[in-house]
Design a protein around this ligand. Structure first.
Ligand code: TXA
Ligand code: MG
Length: 320
């Protein structure tokens, strides 16, 4: 059910959960300071309890309510990219329930740019924890229709905010340790961050407080997964007589033969446009009764990093 911002605020104040548009993907929001409300988010998404949530605030001024220290790099990045698709991981304050951070001593924080998210956050008297509003492991929603398609009946409503402009999740940078780390490529290009604070370490398995390897953003190899098997064009092995779809990128030199369905992420070869079409393209392919989807490689620069990351995870098989 679509609900107004006013109704959403009431629901959230009562400890309920609602879909919320952001410029990246739709989130499933709850009062970040209420463990009871947060538990409902995990249940609705069927999300494992060890996977922590991102906390959303209306502006950088609210950051000090959630974290114990704001290092200079955080100030620089917040000034450059907030509001926007960047999430910062910082040492958390005690008021944040353990459920939000999966018991870690850090919290992930973001200031979304979407005007409806801003309106909602400013009307609430508390920050909003919000993972992407999909069932765990599935393709993230970029319209309210996608949210309700997966979660209707499991959530208390969804606020309408149109199509998400960025289309892939936020970039996550961990600034809680001595070295800044890129935990997840996303809507802000790695190069743009490094231009401001220097080289980022890359880590798919950051160490927990006791040196144990712990679950990090999207480290589940199979993630963002559509129903139809996906293969990259340069390594595709397709048996005869299969119904195959193509997710293309860039100008068409000649017509590609033999595809039942083709979607071009960006004919102009624009990575921002491609990111904004990615999840819709994966969902569209799932509706076509295909045996396989073949995807063309995207250049590994700018937002291409995030697009390829999601495609690799979408292509990973359960037993990988
Ligand atoms: O663009 C986005 O970031 C969207 C919108 C709704 O804001 N949200 C989103 O949330 O993508 P989610 O839950 O799908 O992904 C958040 C990721 C998770 O993979 C989680 O492991 C990681 O952030 N994360 C959260 N807190 C963390 C922390 N304290 N340290 C490291 N990773 C953390
Ligand atoms: Mg997600």
């Amino acid at each position: 059910m679509i609900v107004s911002v006013e109704r959403a605020v009431e629901i959230l104040e009562d400890g309920g959960i609602v879909g919320m548009p952001t410029e990246t993907v739709y989130g499933l929001a709850a009062n970040a300071l209420s463990a009871k409300a947060i538990a409902k988010v995990f249940e609705a998404k069927k999300r494992p309890w060890f996977d922590p949530l991102i906390v959303h605030i209306p502006s950088v001024e609210f950051l000090s309510q959630l974290v114990t220290t704001v290092p200079p790099a955080a100030e620089v990045l917040a000034k450059a990219f907030w509001p926007g698709p960047l999430t910062l991981v910082l040492p958390k304050k005690d008021n944040i329930p353990d459920l939000v951070t999966a018991g870690m001593s850090t919290v992930a924080v973001r200031v979304p740019a979407h005007p409806v998210a801003q309106e909602l956050l400013r009307a609430c008297k508390f920050p909003l924890a919000a993972p992407s509003a999909n069932l765990f492991g599935r393709v993230s929603p970029t319209t309210s229709f996608d949210v309700l398609d997966q979660l209707e009946g499991r959530i208390d409503g969804c606020v309408e905010g149109g199509e998400c402009e960025v289309g892939v999740e936020s970039t996550i940078v961990d600034l809680s340790g001595p070295q800044a780390r890129l935990l997840r490529p996303g809507g802000i290009a790695r190069e743009d961050i490094e231009a401001l604070i220097g080289p980022l370490a890359t880590s798919s398995t950051p160490m927990g407080e006791n040196g144990e390897a712990m679950s990090a953003p999207g480290t589940c190899k199979r993630h963002y997964s559509p129903d139809t098997p996906i293969q990259f064009a340069d390594e595709a092995v397709i048996p005869d007589d299969c119904r195959v779809g193509l997710i293309a990128f860039g100008p068409r030199k000649g017509r590609r033969q033999g595809f039942v369905k083709m979607v071009n992420l960006s004919e102009a070869g624009d990575l921002h446009e491609a990111a904004s079409h990615l999840y819709a393209a994966l969902r569209q392919m799932d509706l076509c009764g295909l045996d396989f989807v073949v995807v063309e490689r995207i250049p590994e620069t700018g937002l291409g990093l995030a697009i390829n990351d999601r495609l690799r995870r979408a292509a990973a098989r359960e037993d990988d």
